[in-house]
Design a protein around this ligand. Structure first.
Ligand SMILES: NC(=O)c1ccc[n+]([C@@H]2O[C@H](COP(=O)([O-])OP(=O)(O)OC[C@H]3O[C@@H](n4cnc5c(N)ncnc54)[C@H](O)[C@@H]3O)[C@@H](O)[C@H]2O)c1
Ligand SMILES: O=P(O)(O)OC[C@H](O)CO
Length: 336
């Protein structure tokens, strides 16, 4: 049995912790909110983030990070990107105090706003190398709401350390949940972060009444942009043809369970971004990630018309209709 500390008790942290608890692993969740930890341990529910879901009887949570991490073999971060650095700092102090070495993993899908760093880069800046044996990312098409219901799901775990990926693969796998491993940490992280931007656009198209032709065009051309950014940042291009790439783009760009997709639908209805974020009540990573990616376009001399146009719509007042027209009437070109 592997002992796993899951840091973060939102929808995805709870769904992953619940999967591993059901598999018989020794799981302890950490929430920064004592009330939430109490609800998970006592009632086996997390109504705010997974309404109606009944969690495994063995699932436990605490608001004391040191207690969650004590004796853990694996520490899994599942907080929003903007909270990763602060949580990693806190963890580093605990691991140092305990002289403890763990496998580190995360399941977040974003880029740091200020530095544009990937999540594993932020963690590696905060947690000293001697405190962990490997660093992995859980990526791929997986909505928490579907996972807790036992819907069939396949994900990918990226790590340059095969042993780190393997320990997570074994802890998570069951007949409904099938994790694959790969060695492309960079591509696995970027696939997960970048698809959120395109999913917002997909929601906008549906909100505007367009159909499957439009959606397929956006997702396919969006994947070309994801691959371009990925290659510029050192990812393997093949990763974007796998679960962390096209797989996650399909589910996030088409499922009403996606917060990014739903944000696009809501923005198309004319709601301002601040209202959309408030009503969602959960993280919409794509609206932050897009800021880093428009900078990458200049920094790496890329051509990212969809990302650029979405940025103009979300932050610069361009209308969706104008954005669509701009994209559709660009100079004609060969498919790349
Ligand atoms: N929900 C999904 O289906 C899903 C699937 C795959 C990946 N992800 C990714 O997982 C990450 C987490 O998403 P989520 O869906 O669980 O988010 P969420 O909005 O459902 O929950 C976020 C959780 O983090 C906690 N939190 C916020 N700030 C914190 C801080 N400073 N310190 C500690 N805890 C803090 C919140 O209280 C909440 O419990 C995101 O990067 C998301 O893209 C989500
Ligand atoms: O609900 P979203 O849009 O944050 O997407 C969640 C996951 O990344 C889907 O794989």
């Amino acid at each position: 049995m592997t002992k796993i500390a899951v840091l973060g008790a939102g929808s995805w942290g709870t769904a992953l912790a619940n999967t591993m608890a059901k598999n018989g692993q020794n799981v302890m969740m950490w929430s920064h909110k004592a009330e939430q930890a109490k609800e998970i341990s006592g009632q086996k529910t997390n109504e705010r983030y997974l309404p109606g879901a009944k969690l495994d009887d063995r699932l436990q949570a605490t608001a004391d990070m040191a207690a969650a991490v004590k004796g853990a073999d694996v520490v899994l971060f599942v907080v929003p990107t903007k909270a990763i650095r602060e949580v990693a700092k806190q963890l580093a102090g605990i691991l140092n105090e305990n002289k403890q070495q763990v496998v580190l993993a995360h399941a977040a899908k974003g880029l740091e706003q200020k530095t544009h760093l990937r999540i594993s880069q932020m963690i590696a800046e905060e947690v000293p190398a001697e405190a962990y044996t490997g660093l992995a990312v859980i990526s791929g098409p997986s909505h928490a709401e579907d996972v807790v219901k036992g819907d069939l799901t396949a994900i990918s775990i990226g790590s340059t350390n095969p042993a780190a990926a393997k320990v997570l693969q074994e802890a998570l796998a069951n007949a409904h949940f099938r994790p694959y491993t790969n060695t492309d940490l960079v591509g696995s992280e970027l696939g997960g972060a970048l698809k959120n931007i395109i999913a917002i656009g997909s929601g906008m198209l549906i909100g505007k009444g367009f159909g499957a032709n439009a959606q397929a065009a956006l997702l396919t051309r969006g994947l070309v942009e994801i691959r371009q950014v990925g290659q510029a940042l050192g990812a393997e291009p093949e990763t974007f043809l796998g679960l962390a790439g096209i797989g996650d783009l399909i589910v996030t760009g088409m499922s009403p369970n996606s917060r990014n997709y739903r944000a696009g639908v809501a923005l198309a209805s004319g709601k301002p971004l601040a209202q959309v974020e408030e009503e969602m009540g959960m993280v919409i990573e794509g609206v932050n990630t897009i800021k880093a990616v428009v900078d990458f376009e200049k920094e790496y001399d890329l051509d990212l018309p969809i990302t650029r146009t979405l940025y103009q719509v979300i932050y610069e007042g361009k209308t969706i209709d104008q954005g669509i027209n701009d994209l559709m009437t660009r100079p004609l070109k060969a498919e790349d």
